[in-house]
Design a protein around this ligand. Structure first.
Ligand code: 5GP
Length: 239
């Protein structure tokens, strides 16, 4: 297998079947556009397993994802999509960057309806927020594709919120990335795990996601948080 690309948290390898790729989830953890960087034991195995569990669930509910298989811990076989360089964020509860933009809401306030936002994947520009016109002018997606990404983000939210609530977690917000398959269909790609969701323990309010790292907790605490998230979503201990 040949390495075709490497990001902050995953390495992509080509496969003999060109319709597929292998994704190796790394133990690297980063924040603040990659300026903060550490390694968390078993993070790759944990996030690949959580993503697989949630993507399988989404597939059952009719949301297409790139997941094909998880042949070994931390290694996913996925459909080879042409990725769109956008981060599509869906928010149920005010937290994170939206607090700097939206007056009248404080951390923990519920929004009257879920909010979907688009950001350009570009660390040097600090992932700026984009509206539909920006996305079309940059030729990243057309009007129909933008509507489809929004529909799929909201549908994902609709399924995921009650699913995680049953596991005693509140889904404050999450980020999806999309790609096009060989027929041009918009499909959920990338990952959905403790790096890309804000999850709060319903009973204690404890943070169960990457925010513990962003907030500067010791790495042992970050490791414990990822393990807790794994136990709640996947069950058992990572192998
Ligand atoms: P915020 O815009 O408040 O920073 O993030 C909103 C949601 O999107 C959070 O759940 C956060 O984890 C996720 N998110 C935003 N940017 C990124 C990113 O660059 N990488 C990952 N993995 N998740 C992100």
């Amino acid at each position: 297998m040949e390495k075709v690309a490497e990001g902050k948290t995953k390495i992509i390898y080509s496969m003999p079947d060109l319709e597929k790729v292998t994704l190796k989830f790394k133990d690297d953890i980063t924040a603040f556009d990659g300026k903060k960087h550490d390694l968390i034991k078993d993070k790759g195995v944990i996030n690949a397993a959580i993503t697989t569990k949630l993507f399988r669930y989404l597939e059952k509910e009719g949301v297409s994802t790139h997941l094909v298989d998880l042949p070994q811990p931390g290694v996913m076989v996925a459909r080879n999509l042409k990725m769109i360089p956008l981060e599509v964020v869906c928010r149920n509860i005010a937290a994170g960057h939206i607090l700097e933009r939206l007056p009248g809401f404080k951390k923990g306030d519920s929004f009257p309806k879920p909010i979907v936002e688009f950001f350009l994947k570009n660390d040097s520009l600090h992932d700026p927020i984009l509206n539909d016109d920006h996305i079309q002018v940059l030729a990243l997606a057309n009007k129909r594709e933008i509507a489809e990404m929004k529909r799929l983000a909201l549908k994902t939210n609709e399924f995921l919120k009650p699913y995680l609530l049953k596991k005693e977690m509140i889904l404050a917000d999450f980020k999806l990335e999309f790609g096009r398959d060989s027929k041009g269909k918009i499909i959920v790609g990338d990952e959905l795990d403790c790096d890309s969701m804000r999850l709060w323990d319903i009973k204690t309010g404890e943070i169960l996601d990457k925010d513990v790292y962003r907030q500067g907790a010791p790495l042992e605490k970050v490791t414990e948080t990822y393990l807790k998230c794994y136990r709640k979503i996947v069950g058992g201990e990572p192998k």
